[in-house]
Design a protein around this ligand. Structure first.
Ligand code: PBG
Length: 331
């Protein structure tokens, strides 16, 4: 009652659309969006991913078309992930080091289109290993340092193919420093690194593993390298190490259930901080919307604004093209 007597009525500012816009603290623009896309072999191929309604695997030529579309919508960057043919997967993930692998071919083809768009490539072995792990497996252990050496070479071949931003998602210790050194020595001093710094062992990656074909093959789980979702202070230590080792940008993953981590990392380090609205989060919104249980457009915009409110400088989201169209008033 004291509040009301003092004339403090919070609803005053909410009365009209113009006033709500005027007092709004955060904004969502197309500049906040990074669009993850899946690449598959072939030409003219657009393969729907069943657990991600609306998402398709694209052959390189189709990926070029979507890159052109992304540029015309104003999306600043794409993140590329491969569906590697099972016959090319082996225990060491050797295909990751093939300068003609799908990701390298996609980078070269998109670069040849000379677009004003950044290419972010994923550094990790899981799309290339027969066991679906992000590193080299010996018995039931993922070998850290042996994996890091291979990741540094993977980063180099991606940079050579035209990747602009190298994004290690593997969670090995020391990989950011090793990749920075490899890039610098290889003549790629100006290439940026976006570190998946706080990446949790999460059930929300399921549909992604369908998309890249690792669900069927993954042996065990990733809890010896991805973070335990009970931990938050540990995320700050991970980010601190990655920044010290040379990360230009850090990322938190998954997204919505981990906004507390986004806020803490941003508040602590004040570095460019991103979040990944992962495949399971996408699938939940898309499925509920598809069933008419929620308003899909409103839910996607609200979810992305929540990332901004938490302090994210940008969001990797499969909704990127739809949201860009909504923001441009085209939908
Ligand atoms: C693996 C990788 C994963 C994702 C991005 N890179 C899955 C995993 O760690 O198993 C998940 C992205 C998503 O779910 O959308 N290096």
């Amino acid at each position: 009652m004291d509040e009301l007597l003092a004339g403090r009525r919070m609803r005053r500012n909410r009365q009209t659309d113009w006033s709500r816009r005027l007092v709004r603290e955060n904004t969502l623009t197309v500049d906040d969006l990074i669009w993850p896309i899946f690449i598959v072999d072939g030409t003219g191929v657009r393969q729907p991913v069943p657990s991600m309604p609306g998402v398709e695997r694209l052959s390189v030529d189709e990926a070029v078309k979507d890159a052109i579309k992304a540029e015309s919508l104003g999306i600043p960057a794409l993140a590329l992930f491969p569906y590697t043919d099972p016959s090319l997967r082996d225990a060491m993930g050797s295909e990751a080091l093939n300068p003609d692998n799908l990701i390298c071919r996609a980078c070269r083809a998109i670069k040849a289109a000379k677009l004003n768009i950044g290419l972010i490539t994923d550094v990790a072995l899981d799309p290339y290993t027969s066991h679906g792990h992000d590193g080299i497996l010996e018995g039931d252990r993922i070998l850290n340092d042996e994996t890091v050496s291979q990741l540094a070479l993977q980063a180099l071949i991606q940079a050579e193919a035209g990747a602009d931003v190298i994004a290690p998602s593997d969670m090995m210790d020391g990989r950011i420093g090793a990749i920075r050194t490899a890039l610098d020595e290889g003549g790629f001093r100006d290439h940026q690194i976006m570190a998946y710094s706080a990446k949790y062992a999460s059930a929300f990656y399921g549909p992604f593993r369908d998309a890249v074909g690792t669900n069927a093959t993954l042996v065990g789980d990733k809890r010896t390298y991805q973070m335990d979702y009970g931990n938050a202070d540990e995320a700050l230590r991970e980010a601190e190490l990655d920044i010290a080792e040379g990360a230009d940008m850090v990322m938190v993953k998954p997204g919505m259930p981990y906004l507390d981590i986004v806020t803490r990392i941003k508040d602590t380090f004040r570095v460019p901080t991103y979040a990944y609205q992962v495949s399971g989060e996408y699938a939940m919104i898309a499925a509920a919307a598809g069933n008419g249980w929620i308003d899909g457009q409103k839910a996607m915009i609200e979810s992305l604004m929540a990332f901004k409110r938490a302090g994210a400088d940008g969001i990797l989201t499969y909704f990127a093209p739809q949201v860009a169209e909504i923001l441009a008033g085209k939908k």
